[in-house]
Design a protein around this ligand. Structure first.
Ligand SMILES: [Zn+2]
Length: 91
């Protein structure tokens, strides 16, 4: 009868839905690295305009416009790129 075939189909669809849901949950669990792959903040920040570099926590470092700042991993890198240390934070 038609009613029997209908319940058969809805049963199959229900099982498929559960499988799809499980796969989605597994997929979301399998990719927890999104947050950990974010770039680490550089310890020093250089001002491209003034050629002065700061500790990342220096107040003046926070004033540098995004387009004008350069992330620096070390004081050596800053010196190699021609930066002078800030007189306030003395990096
Ligand atoms: Zn500074």
């Amino acid at each position: 009868m038609t009613s029997e075939s209908l319940t058969g189909w809805s049963g199959t669809i229900a099982i498929l839905s559960v499988i799809v849901l499980c796969v989605c949950l597994l997929a979301s669990c399998a990719s927890p690295g999104d947050k950990t792959t974010a770039p680490k903040a550089a310890p020093f920040v250089g001002n491209r305009g003034s050629r002065i570099f700061h500790e990342a926590s220096c107040f003046d470092a926070g004033l540098i416009e995004q387009w004008n700042r350069e992330d620096l991993q070390s004081t050596g890198e800053a010196a190699a790129k021609g930066y002078r240390p800030c007189q306030k934070c003395k990096p």
